[in-house]
Design a protein around this ligand. Structure first.
Ligand SMILES: Cc1cc2nc3c(=O)[nH]c(=O)nc-3n(C[C@H](O)[C@H](O)[C@H](O)COP(=O)(O)OP(=O)(O)OC[C@H]3O[C@@H](n4cnc5c(N)ncnc54)[C@H](O)[C@@H]3O)c2cc1C
Length: 579
């Protein structure tokens, strides 16, 4: 509903009941291009936002959703569609998997589970937030099924699991069906639509459910700020086509804008190394994690949670690319030329890198680690085996085996600057043939993320791009490759222990392809309680303000499960809130 400025300023019974109508509200309404009002206003139209919108509408509320992008879905629609849901879902029951909310809660708060580098997956989870999640899982599973989500397999498994609990299988996978993939812009081959999991499989059914219940989704509407009166947070100021829009919430505002990993200064509060060269955050350029919702919350007095989980060396907080030569090089996401955002992504990348075919060098042309080294570990069903819940034995029985490629890549060049700088995969024409790559656009992005030359010295000189803040000395690259080739002759890498280096880099043309670590999951965000209400620095509820999904902190789990659950909790609570 669009309402006139006059009717808003008059206030009326509904507005008075909502606790708005203070002088601060009247000041803020000036100059707005338009004003709108709803019971519940949801910020962000991804996994958490859609769940919040549908839950609020089902509870009888009028709902407006603001989405900054020209398209819905956020990281949710880009995702692989895996959704961890347990606690005794009907799929678990049918498969004979004994799970309960108590077991799920125990799993997600088990202090004793550590990765092989010693980092605990669950120790710093907020118990109230996890309890609420555990108790609502079955409801969320049923909610998705009720709205038409189809699973690729009826039986839960542990595929794609990422901090989802060690005891039992909980992973469900939403089938893409006939929806086009936003990654490729294309429908999946009909024979595989029922067995291919991807985000559209749950995002589009939720969008349809929202629309069927009268939810208004306003695209290209970007939250700029929130406004708080003595009654709580009741007003959103957004921009639409460079004009200001005021939106009023009678009952509640749900921040579901995702995390802050694309905001360099926000993320550097947690990890000083995360400087600007980490410029291909997973999910971008379809949806951006600019921390705008979190910052808007902080500006009205919210507090943060999840600092440890944000920097914890487990799961997919930061990942090692397995596709190279493109800015957007998250391993599990290759943009296809027909994707609606390919004009922004520019290249697909060279995929399936066999790390025997390349060496990694840093900004100054030096190797820094065994290229075959992996990224951090993750916990899912059966990862710790044997498993005794909450027992000292779990950590004791783990064989210490740190995966430090990422840390070495982010260590920098020792010149007093933060950030590891660009990481380049260096390879030759023989590697291209072995990999069957075509190293031309749009497979690679020659605009700073891919270079080629006839000699290694020329290649080093050509590597010029914004994040290469010092030139790569040609002599370094030449010496690095010569030394590596000698390791191939010797059959052993005496610098970094790469298992039996196999191929020399010796036949031009030579290539340098962007292979810089990729930031993925945010695990810090606004501090919430069990009802997804945002808390201030005194631990008190900020009336009317909610956060869900990656905008919320305190929960160390990858993805869609917590986003859907917290969105649902927030939307329903806001709808039923007495204003
Ligand atoms: C490639 C990839 C694969 C993944 N695979 C999986 C998987 O298989 N399983 C899993 O569980 N998780 C997966 N994830 C993670 C999962 O997609 C996210 O955790 C989940 O989408 C988070 O939900 P959210 O609602 O918090 O954020 P999002 O889904 O990202 O939604 C946030 C929305 O808010 C919008 N927004 C941001 N700022 C503003 C603003 N100022 N004003 C208005 N709107 C704004 C964004 O454009 C976006 O649409 C994957 C992520 C990626 C990128």
């Amino acid at each position: 509903m669009t309402v006139s400025r006059r009717s808003l300023l008059k206030g009326g019974a509904g507005m008075a009941a909502a606790g708005v109508g203070s002088s601060i509200f009247q000041v803020n309404i000036g100059n707005a291009a338009s004003e709108r009002v709803a019971d519940v206003v949801v910020l962000g139209c991804g996994s958490a936002g859609l769940a919040a919108a549908v839950a609020a509408a089902e509870a009888g509320a009028s709902v407006i959703v603001l989405e900054a992008q020209p398209h819905i879905g956020g990281r949710g629609i880009v995702s692989s569609g895996n959704i961890p849901l347990g606690g005794g879902t009907s799929a678990q029951l049918a498969a004979g998997i004994a799970d309960t909310p108590d077991l799920l809660f125990r799993d997600l708060t088990d202090w004793s589970i550590v990765q092989s580098n010693g980092f605990p997956s669950y120790r710093y989870n907020d118990r109230e937030v996890i309890r609420a999640f555990a108790d609502i899982n079955v409801t969320i599973y049923d909610f998705l099924v009720r709205h038409g989500v189809v699973w690729t397999t009826a039986r839960p498994d542990n595929v794609g699991g990422n901090e989802v609990g060690n005891s039992v299988h909980r992973m469900m996978h939403s089938a893409i069906m006939d929806y086009p993939s936003v990654r490729t812009g294309l429908q999946v081959d009909p024979a595989r639509r029922r067995t291919t999991a991807q985000g559209p499989g749950f995002i589009y059914p939720l969008e349809a459910a929202a629309k069927a219940r009268g939810v208004k989704i306003l695209l290209n509407h970007r939250l700029d700020s929130l406004h708080r009166t003595n009654k709580g947070v009741t007003q959103v100021r957004a921009s639409y086509q460079n004009r200001m829009v005021n939106i009023l919430a009678r009952r509640g505002i749900v921040i579901a804008t995702g995390g802050g990993n694309g905001n360099v200064e926000y993320r550097r509060q947690f990890d000083p190394r995360l400087t600007a060269e980490y410029c291909g955050v997973a999910g971008e350029p379809y949806s951006f994690q600019d921390a705008s919702g979190i910052l808007a919350g902080l500006n009205v007095g919210a507090s943060l949670a999840g600092a440890y989980n944000q920097t914890g060396e487990f799961g997919t907080n930061i990942t090692k690319p397995t596709a190279i030569g493109t800015r957007y090089n998250y391993s599990y996401l290759q943009w296809g030329p027909n994707s609606p955002v390919f004009h922004l992504a520019k290249a697909s990348g060279l995929a399936n890198v066999n790390f025997q075919n390349i060496i990694h060098v840093n900004m100054i042309g030096k190797r820094f680690f065994d290229e075959t080294g992996g990224q951090f570990g993750t916990n899912s069903a059966g990862s710790v085996n044997p498993y005794t819940p909450n027992s000292y034995l779990n950590a004791k029985n783990i064989t210490y085996n740190p995966q430090n490629w990422i840390n070495a890549a982010m260590a920098g060049i020792g010149d007093g600057h933060n950030g590891g700088g660009p990481i380049w995969a260096i390879f030759d024409a023989d590697a291209v043939a072995r990999q069957n790559w075509n190293p031309t656009p749009p497979n690679v992005d020659p605009d700073g993320f891919f270079f080629q030359a006839n000699t290694l010295a020329e290649l080093a000189a050509k590597i010029v791009m914004p994040y290469q803040r010092v030139p790569m000395p040609a002599s370094n690259l030449v010496q690095t490759v010569a030394r590596y080739n000698s390791f191939v002759d010797a059959g052993a890498d005496s610098d970094f222990g790469k298992p039996t280096p196999r191929y020399k880099i010796q036949r031009g043309p030579f290539y340098a392809a962007w292979s810089t670590p990729v930031i993925h999951d945010p695990r810090s965000g606004l501090r919430i309680n069990a009802a997804s209400q945002v808390l201030d620095f005194a631990g008190k509820v900020i009336p009317g303000l909610y956060a869900a999904g990656e905008a919320a902190g305190g929960f160390s789990q990858h993805g869609n499960g917590r986003a859907l659950a917290q969105g649902y909790i927030a939307g329903k609570h806001a709808a039923l809130r007495s204003s």
